[in-house]
Write a protein of this length. Sequence first.
Length: 205
Amino acid sequence: MAATAPDNTASLTDEDRLRADMYALLGELLRKEPSDEVIATVAGFQGDGSEIGAASSVLATLASKLSGNEIRDEYMRLLIGVGRGEILPFASYYLTGFLNDKPLANLRNDMRDLGIERAEGVKDPEDHIASLFDIMSGMIRGTFGAPKSLAEQAQFFKKHIEPWAPLLMQDIEAAKSAVFYAPVGTIGRAFMNIESAAFDMGEAG
């Protein structure tokens, strides 16, 4: 996505900075074949006793043991393929069974209202999961102007991500092609659950 303003991260809480970083990381891993630099960063992850922490430890080990080419080949089999990958990471496909369908049109309308433009050179439709994670990261950081409120973040998340992203992450976890990407799916699923619960608590409050 093309930013309309620089990041406004100085006023972010540590929690929001971590949320933005997690969205950005998942977006980077799911957008394209990871570079050697990204793989090296992942190899340095330190886990903890949480579900995300345990999966991060597994992911770091795999990043250290697998070659960059092996990981990039896995990405291609899983998400690109010949004709199509094992998984199609688009909201329209998951919600309607068709690419470039109504969920994409709805997303484009909301992006326009939020002042978010499609980045130049991006070929995938905007409802690719990486694009949606980039938007969430940008909304938290203030990439598209002032940081968006939790209510605005929740509205976007519940409309464009929550209805299908957890299932996508489960599919990545269980995919035949997934070795390196299996714990990526675990991290994504657990993070989606945390975000859903946090937004629900915010609404209840």
